[in-house]
Write a protein that binds this ligand. Structure first.
Ligand code: MV4
Length: 628
């Protein structure tokens, strides 16, 4: 076995690989970009080597810098993780040339599966079922091929991936236009406009089989996963086994996955992806090869959960030349496992990635969590916004889903937006619970899964209570942290106003002893994060006086923070005032608000007139001199 390996990756997968290496007594070398100097993966390794600035092409994709780091630290093997250099045949070759073991398949296997069209042709020849269609080199007679296949058809870029250069065509009249646009997109994205045409599978399911091969000719499969819940080709929920899988179909899909791996001389961990037409259940004659991923996948933990096998340990053993020591008949599913990907993104806002500091990060402890960030870490736009994978294992599918939903409802994250509440709703959606899933599930149920939800009353009440108690730690002397009760205009308040998503919410301040099950955290920007059942609401306390004081040093005037009535004027033109001296008292929202001097200065004029009803923003007092 190796003494020391280098992990050419970052984040959760780098941490995950190191965990197994450490357990096996293998030394670990991390590589990191400047943006990751303080990251969890660099801290977790025995040694860490800087490889360049944050853009991946200048760091995590730099084969030369990574090989140099391996040489300098004496690492004997490189684990590429997923993404980055994991499916790069040239890198695998460069490792071999440098006398370093690439923990992955041989370059030839990576290349054979790299081009979709060629892989499909190769699999077809090997007897692996492929979606009926045309994948030849001749691009002239595509329309007549489409007619032979029968509409609807799908045009796919041969070099494609992630749905790029893919067009569904329902009728012959639309074929030319769709072909042209698919070719244009493919040319732009992949530099090749070659396409294939196949039968369109309605409501497909994405089922994949984990395979493992050693260098001694043994090939096994480690059962299947269902990854049908995706959004724009980004997986969201993965589970194993696939709902509705029968022993007969499993035997079949496992056997063809093994054939696929054997055909390309595979070694190590790989995944064979299939598309299934499950409209009549999962049956062998409606499952077709799609592509093979020649790496360890993000969702490997669900397979680990149901097989009890540590896939990284197996990768290391195989890479070190050991033979697989289990037989196919030893591999049986135990219970049901499900994984969700917790992302820093905003489902209510088109799933826009969300960056920022994880001011709070509390992840559940009763389930497996593979995370690559810690509380206080920064999520940047440089890398994938995944915060963690959370994996539950239960005796039944229902049990696993319930356990995961329960675990996620304890997650507390503040400082950026996440999809946690979206994940909880997905896991509890009746159709999902019933196993009624396909690749269109999320789009179909988007409104239910990603609603714009206002914070519940208890979140606001808990926030008001915390502010009133003054127990929100802070150093400056703003109204948040006054040790007594929250006061405005000198009188103890009964209600408090918040601004939430631009709307005002007035809350009755509850008794200090009331329990809400809501964790309130004051964020560095002064807003409050209310964390409740896995969901985080950001609340802005509407404190016009405070908002004004914050501006105080710079303003040359005092404006009405809200519409109201002038009930006292306490200064006149020419008068000197000290910071904090009362100027005008405004009655608004059933309360009196004392507006005071923002700094030591001289009153130039008083515009406020006793008894006047004034608008928000009206000038009440002007000061002499330039605004500082
Ligand atoms: C298909 C298909 C329906 N029929 N092929 C999407 C990405 C690429 N890897 C293959 N994809 C699909 N191929 C046929 N003949 C539907 C999809 C598809 C899909 C597949 C797997 C997971 C999610 C998907 C989302 C939309 C479309």
């Amino acid at each position: 076995m190796f003494q020391k390996i280098l992990i050419a990756n970052r984040g959760e997968i780098a941490c995950r690989i190191m965990r197994t290496a450490r357990a096996m007594g293998i030394g670990t070398v991390a590589v990191y970009s400047d943006a990751d100097a303080e990251s969890a993966h660099a801290a977790a390794a025995d040694e860490a080597v800087r490889i360049g600035p944050p853009p991946a092409r200048e760091s995590y994709l730099r084969a030369d810098a990574i090989l140099e780091a391996a040489r300098a630290t004496g690492a004997e093997a490189i684990h590429p993780g997923y993404g980055f250099l994991s499916e790069n045949a040239d890198f695998a070759e460069a490792c071999a040339a440098a006398g370093i073991v690439f923990i992955g398949p041989p370059p030839g296997a990576i290349r054979a599966m790299g081009l979709k069209g060629d892989a499909k042709a190769l699999m077809d020849k090997a007897g692996v079922p492929v979606v009926p269609g045309y994948h030849g080199a001749d691009q002239i007679g595509l329309k007549s091929e489409a007619a032979k296949i029968g509409y609807p058809v799908l045009i796919k870029a041969v070099a494609g991936g992630g749905g790029k250069g893919m067009r569904r065509v329902d009728v012959a009249e639309d074929f030319e236009a769709a072909l042209e646009s698919a070719q244009r997109e493919a040319r732009g994205a992949f530099g090749s406009d070659r396409v294939l045409v196949e039968k369109y599978v309605a409501r497909p399911r994405h089922i994949e089989v984990q395979v493992f091969a050693d260098r001694h000719g043994n090939v096994l499969h480690l059962l299947e996963r269902d990854c049908s819940l995706q959004r724009r080709h980004q997986k969201v929920v993965e589970e194993a086994p696939a709902p509705g899988m029968t022993a007969e179909t499993r035997k079949w899909i496992g056997a063809i996955a093994v054939t696929a791996a054997r055909t390309v001389g595979y070694v190590g961990a790989g995944t064979v992806e299939f598309i299934a037409d499950a409209s009549q259940g999962l049956c062998p004659d409606r499952i077709w090869f799609m592509e093979m991923n020649t790496r360890l996948q993000v969702e490997h933990p669900v397979t680990e959960a149901i097989t009890g096998i540590d896939l990284v340990e197996w990768q290391l053993r195989v890479a070190a030349g050991e033979a697989l020591f289990k037989r196919q008949s030893d591999i049986r599913p135990r219970g049901h496992a499900v994984e969700v990907r917790l992302y820093a993104e905003d489902p209510a806002n088109g799933f826009l990635p969300s960056t920022g500091t994880l001011e709070r990060l509390a992840l559940p402890s009763e389930v497996r969590v593979d995370a690559g960030v810690r509380e206080g870490d920064v999520v940047t736009a440089f890398y994938d916004p995944m915060i963690a994978k959370v994996i539950a294992h239960g005796e039944t599918r229902e049990g696993a889903m319930a356990k995961l939903g329960e675990a996620l409802s304890k997650v507390e994250i503040a400082g950026l937006r996440t999809n946690n509440a979206f994940l909880i709703r997905t896991l509890r959606h009746p159709d999902f619970v019933a196993g009624d899933i396909d690749t269109g599930f999320i789009t179909r149920h988007l409104e239910e899964l990603a609603p714009q939800t206002p914070p519940p009353d208890e979140a606001l009440a808990a926030a008001a209570q915390s502010v009133a108690k003054g127990n929100l730690a802070d150093t400056d002397d703003d109204p948040w942290s006054r040790g007594d009760s929250f006061r405005l205009a000198g009188a103890s308040r009964q209600t408090m106003d918040f601004v939430v998503d631009g709307k005002y919410r007035s809350v009755t301040i509850p008794l200090p002893s009331t329990e809400f099950g809501v964790h309130i955290l004051k964020l560095t920007n002064g807003d409050l994060a209310a964390m409740h059942k896995g969901e985080t609401f950001v609340l802005h306390l509407h404190d016009p006086l405070h908002d004004m004081e914050a501006e105080g040093d710079r303003t040359d005037r005092v404006l009405a923070p809200m519409p109201g009535k002038i009930i006292q004027v306490q200064v006149q033109a020419g008068q000197s005032v000290r910071r904090g001296d009362p100027l005008v008292i405004l009655e608004a929202m059933k309360m009196e608000h004392t507006l005071s001097a923002p700094r030591d200065t001289t009153v130039e004029s008083v515009d406020a007139v006793l008894g006047d009803q004034i608008a928000e923003g009206a000038v009440l007092v002007r000061f002499a001199g330039e605004a500082a």
